[in-house]
Write a protein that binds this ligand. Structure first.
Ligand code: GRG
Length: 297
């Protein structure tokens, strides 16, 4: 199972990467914007686990859809995620010099280009869906709605705004921390599951189940992210570690301690897997859910 799982994961990631690079190809019409395009390519090809697009493709598959139907949504979501990482690393935000094992976008290209590359990536994500092959206009509209809601002030960006406000406070409660992480990290992971189901034309009930799974996985994912910031190394993670503690940030670790945080992530993983039981051909997603709990980066 382990080897088969790894092989399938690598195959999906490689297909996603091929499609992603096609969206940022420099064509003769955009020669003058080559620097920004280069920065977009740099951040997109820097690697990363590709969890969100893999979830899109897999939920589409287990809901009876094809990879071609879901690929544009998968790439669009990874572009939104990459935009958020580029902007998150900027000096005005987290000011991180490394990402995915390489100098962050602004370190390689300057803050002005990185800002524009992030903006252009955000727009390219929506354009990818608008131009998606094989989907009806109605289905594209549903997908665009999911993507917009998950990205905006009610989703990831809203979570980032909450996170920044929490940095000025030392009395953040567990409930508030969960709400912030559900938006900042959970929104895109939930969207991944919903995008996959919607691309396949799954029922509302099925899509709602996938959304519930995504909510649990998203929270578990962020708890593990907080844990790794303390227990891992920058070599393994490809980005600085210990920054949360350095900045005195509230995290699941400061609120719960290591043991309880690990237990909470394990409980959420178990609940997420129970929801997956209601889907056919779920072996890969079950293994992925476990893998994300035990990951080292
Ligand atoms: C200007 C308010 C404002 C917002 C801009 C910066 C931003 C948008 C949002 C920040 C969102 C963010 C960086 C969330 C972190 C989520 C997270 C756990 C990221 C790491 O995801 P992985 O582990 O990364 O999947 P890889 O590199 O593997 O893709």
């Amino acid at each position: 199972m382990e080897a088969k799982f790894q092989q399938h994961l690598e195959q999906l990631a490689s297909q996603i990467e091929t499609h992603l690079m096609a969206y940022v190809r420099v064509t003769p019409e955009i020669q003058r914007q080559a620097k920004v395009m280069e920065a977009m390519q740099y951040s997109l090809e820097a690697g990363g686990k590709r969890i969100r697009p893999v979830l899109v493709l897999e939920f589409c598959r287990i809901c009876g859809g094809s990879q071609e139907q879901a690929m544009a949504a998968a790439c669009a979501l990874e572009m939104i995620h990459t935009f958020s990482l580029i902007h998150d690393d900027l000096p005005e935000m987290d000011n991180d010099d490394f990402r995915r094992g390489k100098p962050s976008c602004h370190k390689a290209f300057g803050a002005d280009v990185a800002l524009q590359a992030g903006d252009a990536m955000l727009v390219a994500a929506f354009a990818a869906l608008i131009d998606a092959p094989l989907l009806t206009a109605e289905r594209k509209l549903e997908l665009l709605h999911i993507l917009a809601e998950a990205t905006g002030a009610a989703g990831m960006i809203g979570g980032q705004i909450m996170d920044m406000a929490f940095e000025r406070r030392s009395d953040v409660t567990l409930e508030e921390q969960e709400a912030m992480c559900m938006a900042k990290t959970g929104a895109l992971i939930r969207a991944a599951c919903r995008l996959g189901c919607t691309a396949a034309g799954a029922s509302k009930e099925r899509t709602a189940l996938a959304d519930k799974y995504g909510a649990k996985l998203g929270l578990a994912f962020q708890i593990v992210d907080d844990i790794l910031d303390v227990t891992s190394s920058s070599d393994v993670l490809g980005k600085p570690v210990g920054s949360d503690a350095e900045e005195g940030k509230t995290t699941f670790l400061t609120l719960l301690g290591l043991k309880q945080a690990q237990e909470k992530a394990a409980d959420l993983t178990k609940e997420a897997k129970a929801l997956l039981e209601q889907f056919p051909e779920n072996a890969f997603l079950l293994a992925l859910t476990d893998e994300l709990l035990c990951r080292n980066k």
